[in-house]
Design a protein around this ligand. Structure first.
Ligand code: NDP
Length: 328
């Protein structure tokens, strides 16, 4: 690996942000004890916000964005990581305050890295990416609340997106009956191929919020937030649970406490960014076991560094189906 590498660099200007393709050297990287030859990164919703500048995700300029990557270690001062190891990076402020995955080379703290599961390639781990790993954290959270396949249907909101599509594939493999809420009726066949049995128009969750509506779901994985999450809470069966990880519709939550105090519904927050290493390792090993790699292939497309700006705009516009891997 040459010490020179291509990267996307976002700088601050008087008008906002600008994005350049640059050639950098190792000396341009930030401090860290492990250097990784990046093989794949991805475009997550947060990358969309960062690259377009739609939300103040980037906290340090100039910055290489890209909140996740996978690759091969080229140099390590970390006691548990050695050159040649295949590793995954998700979160920890990478692509926000620390140079990220849209580059041929990355330098990070070894404590942030997770080993690529033996049965997976680096490309497969990035097809899953932060979105898929977060979907798994959501499902583990529902399991910990005792939500079982026989309890009833699980709703997945933002179904055709990254978190949603992987949540559907994993839930269906685990034997859950899955209802997929989407604004894209044209994706019905795709969502059914992943394992959804019911398709619901997302507008059903965008109307006025009742304190309690007809209870119909044993649980939910919510990537959308706002009015959708409030409506979902009001439709959860007694003692059911909702894992909330996203804000694609908005950060607000115009809900009442009625589902909590009258039905014992649980709302579990999911933060993937600073999740402890043990939880990460658990999530990745569950993904290796509980995600059908054929379905993962179906929901994944591949693109290049040059495509990132357009893909960032597309993901914010809700136009990306499943997951996009960026091949470095
Ligand atoms: P995607 O854009 O791939 O998926 C989001 C989906 O939400 C869209 O595909 C769309 O699904 C739906 N959606 C978009 N806009 C709206 C809207 N205005 N109203 C209702 N539904 C909408 O993003 P990701 O899957 O990468 O991320 C999903 C969310 O999860 C994001 O908010 C992201 O920030 C969050 N996230 C949080 C993490 C955490 O640690 N808490 C980690 C990873 C992601 P459809 O077309 O099917 O309706």
């Amino acid at each position: 690996m040459s010490s020179q590498f291509r990267a996307i660099l976002v700088s601050k200007t008087e008008k906002g942000q600008k994005l350049d393709f640059v050639t950098l050297g190792e000396a341009d990287l930030m401090p860290g004890d492990v250097t990784v030859a990046v093989e794949h990164s991805t475009v997550n919703y947060k990358d969309g916000l960062a690259v377009t500048g739609r939300a103040p995700i980037i906290r340090h300029y100039p910055l290489i964005p890209g909140i996740d990557f996978a690759g091969t270690v080229v140099e390590s001062g970390h006691r548990l990581i050695k050159a040649g190891d295949k590793v995954i990076l998700n979160g920890w402020g990478v692509g926000e305050g620390h140079h990220g995955g849209y580059a041929g080379l990355a330098r990070v703290k070894g404590d942030w890295l997770v080993a690529v599961p033996d049965t997976m390639t680096t490309a497969q781990t990035m097809a899953i990416g932060t979105a898929g790993y977060t979907a798994m954290l959501c499902i583990i959270a529902l399991e910990r609340q005792g939500v079982k396949p026989e309890d009833g249907e699980i709703l997945v909101t933002g179904a055709a997106g990254g978190v949603g599509s992987i949540a559907i594939a994993v839930l269906s493999k685990l034997g859950y009956k899955v209802a997929a809420s989407t604004g894209r009726p044209e994706e019905e066949a795709f969502l059914k191929s992943l394992g959804a049995s019911t398709i619901i128009d997302r507008n059903e969750f965008s109307g006025p919020v009742k304190a309690l509506a007809k209870a119909r779901f044993a649980g939910a994985v919510d990537a959308v937030g706002s009015t959708t999450l409030a409506n979902v809470l009001s439709q959860i069966l007694p003692e059911g649970a909702v894992a909330a990880c996203g804000l694609a519709q908005g950060m607000d939550l115009p809900a009442s406490v009625a589902p909590f105090i009258l039905r014992g519904v649980k709302l579990i927050g999911i933060n993937s960014v600073t999740a402890a290493l043990t939880r990460r390792v658990e999530a990745w090993s569950r993904l290796a076991h509980d995600l059908d790699m054929t379905k993962l292939k179906e929901l994944t497309s591949h693109a290049k560094l040059d495509d990132v700006a357009a893909l960032a705009a597309d993901i914010i516009a809700g136009k990306i189906r499943g997951r996009v891997v960026i091949d470095l």
